[in-house]
Write a protein that binds this ligand. Sequence first.
Ligand SMILES: C[S@@+](CC[C@H](N)C(=O)[O-])C[C@H]1O[C@@H](n2cnc3c(N)ncnc32)[C@H](O)[C@@H]1O
Length: 185
Amino acid sequence: MSDEIASKWNSRYAYSGKPLPPAAKVLTQSERWLPQGESLTALDLACGRAANAHWLAARGFQVSAWDISQTVIDEINSRQSAVFTDVQVRDVEQNPPEPNSFDVIVVARFLDRALCPAIQAALKPGGVLFYQTFTHGLSNPEYLLAGNELLRLFKGLHILEYHEPDPDENGKAEARLVAKRPKHQ
Ligand SMILES: C[S@@+](CC[C@H](N)C(=O)[O-])C[C@H]1O[C@@H](n2cnc3c(N)ncnc32)[C@H](O)[C@@H]1O
């Protein structure tokens, strides 16, 4: 199954030469919740072309960028390897992040419900999760969030912000969650 997923994404990323997409709204519209301090670590999980990783690196984070697609990781390495602390081809279902390892985790347009407890545990105490993915507009319903589902998936975190807008003119909509791991947990 992982090989199939990797191969599907490798062909989608067969390099298009397009400019990087903008960072996800869950970051750009909720920047005030970023933890402040020295040497903070951030993970862009299932990073794709790593637009979110770039945005975090530009704000001083030591960023890890992980994706299952060798093609997209090769593209990142050829483009800007020096910017990130750690760039990996990594199947996060098989090899999730370690507990207590990041001050910030961003997940955009990726949904694996079984991984959510590991994502939550991978935040350091006081760490912040920025999560954004679709509620409407994908053909495979397995990848669509139900109403308030992000709130349920991350119920162990302290919710800082949650948005669940109506679908746009193309029938697409994405929920956005910003949530913090309590310091004593
Ligand atoms: C829709 S793209 C989103 C990419 C990026 N987060 C963004 O918002 O632009 C989904 C990404 O998930 C990656 N992916 C899918 N399954 C994965 C897995 N098991 N482990 C790591 N990455 C995975 C794909 O390679 C793809 O880059």
